[in-house]
Design a protein around this ligand. Structure first.
Ligand SMILES: [Zn+2]
Ligand SMILES: [Zn+2]
Length: 377
């Protein structure tokens, strides 16, 4: 039986832990309030993370407004004392029983889903598709979705959701790793990018832009980014896109055919959620090509199924990261294979979380990634 090393203290005087902490909690829809609540305690295979910084995600905005995709004990997350936020990083300040995988003082970034660890999907590594999703009593953990997240001073994390980060990586940059992990997972589920194969990324939002960086770092050629905003397309170029297409000026399907000499690409990572994106993606890939949907339209949309079937086109969908893709994305960013910092546009303190969310939601000042810096270093 495994036991903690006798010389591993479970907490340290260097990081005094108060009994209570500041945390944002969700009341009804759109009702966030800053409260004091007890600092949570790590259980077996868990650590207490002092949250140092957290990025606002479009999914946080969805959860705060509609509840879904957060789900707590089979219901919506409203009026349950729930703290949202899932793209955070911080410092390990307390170890649960038997934990020796991390040390007090380690700087870490987190991925969202620990899953339940006991269902078929979790055992397959598909912990974002946990069959016990949202049922805490069954062990399911997805911080910011079914368990408390990071718009707070502290959070408890399963050790499987943590990745070490190097000293020279800033807090803000480390909050972007889980977004890059989602893009990495999108490429994974399509079978993994093979160096030299072409990738189109539709939609230069945070996941799309990180998708460009990851695909290029993995050797994809060409990487083509399509979108409507020149500033974001230019960011895509800096992240490694070989070509960018402003769909306001050129038909994206025609552009991809032009850029690939009529051959099309092997993979499309769809991050726009535009109603016609899947039909366009189908005409960007070549026969037998693969499309991963990482965004979706608000309403059902018509799809040319016959075209997909006749051309042996494979469609995948992902909700968030999985299969430890976040760890691999962290490795690429730590090796400076692309500059994730480019998408970080604004910073606010913990007291101004509602303002940070408003900037992200309304794209105030063309905000892309808004980071809440909780600790000043
Ligand atoms: Zn997110
Ligand atoms: Zn599970």
């Amino acid at each position: 039986m495994a036991t903690a090393r006798a010389d591993t203290p479970s907490c340290s005087n260097q990081y005094p832990i108060p009994d209570r902490m500041k945390a944002w909690v969700l009341g009804g829809p759109e009702e966030l309030s800053l409260v004091e609540k007890p600092v949570p305690q790590p259980g077996s295979a868990e650590v207490l993370v002092r949250v140092d910084a957290i990025a606002v995600c479009a999914t946080d905005i969805e959860i705060i407004r509609h509840g879904v995709p957060a789900m707590i004990d089979g219901g919506l997350p409203f009026n349950k004392g729930f703290t949202p936020g899932h793209e955070y990083m911080g410092t390990v300040v307390k170890l649960g029983p038997t934990v020796d995988e991390f040390q007090i003082g380690d700087r870490v970034t987190v991925e969202v889903h620990a899953g339940c660890g006991r269902c078929q999907r979790c055992r397959e590594g598909m912990y974002t598709s946990c069959l016990n999703y949202g049922f805490r009593a069954k062990g399911h953990r997805a911080n910011g979705f079914s368990t408390d997240g990071g718009f707070a001073e502290y959070a408890v994390n399963n050790i499987n959701t943590l990745a070490h980060i190097p000293d020279d990586m800033t807090d803000a940059e480390a909050t972007l790793i889980v977004t890059a992990g989602t893009a990495m997972y999108g490429l994974d589920v399509m079978g993994g990018v093979i160096a030299g194969e072409g990738v189109v990324v539709i939609g230069p939002g945070p996941i799309g832009l990180m998708g460009v960086g990851v695909a290029k770092a993995l050797g994809a050629q060409p990487v083509i980014l399509t979108g409507t905003r020149d500033r974001r397309l230019e960011m895509g170029r800096q992240l490694g896109a070989d070509a960018v297409v402003n769909v306001g000026g050129e038909d994206p399907v025609g552009a991809v055919q032009r850029l690939t000499g009529g051959k099309g690409v092997q993979y499309v990572l769809e991050c726009s959620g535009a109603p016609n994106a899947l039909n366009e993606a189908a005409r960007m890939v070549n026969r037998g090509g693969r499309i991963c949907l990482a965004a979706f339209p608000a309403e059902p949309v018509p799809v040319d199924l016959a075209y997909l079937v006749r051309n042996n086109i494979y469609i995948f969908g992902i909700r968030g990261e999985g299969k430890s893709a976040t760890h691999r994305a962290a490795a690429l960013i730590a090796q400076k294979r692309f500059d994730a910092k480019l998408i970080h546009t604004h910073t606010f303190p913990l007291a101004e979380v509602p303002t940070a969310i408003r900037y992200a939601r309304e794209r105030v000042d063309d905000a892309i990634k808004v980071v809440v810096q909780i600790r000043q270093n």
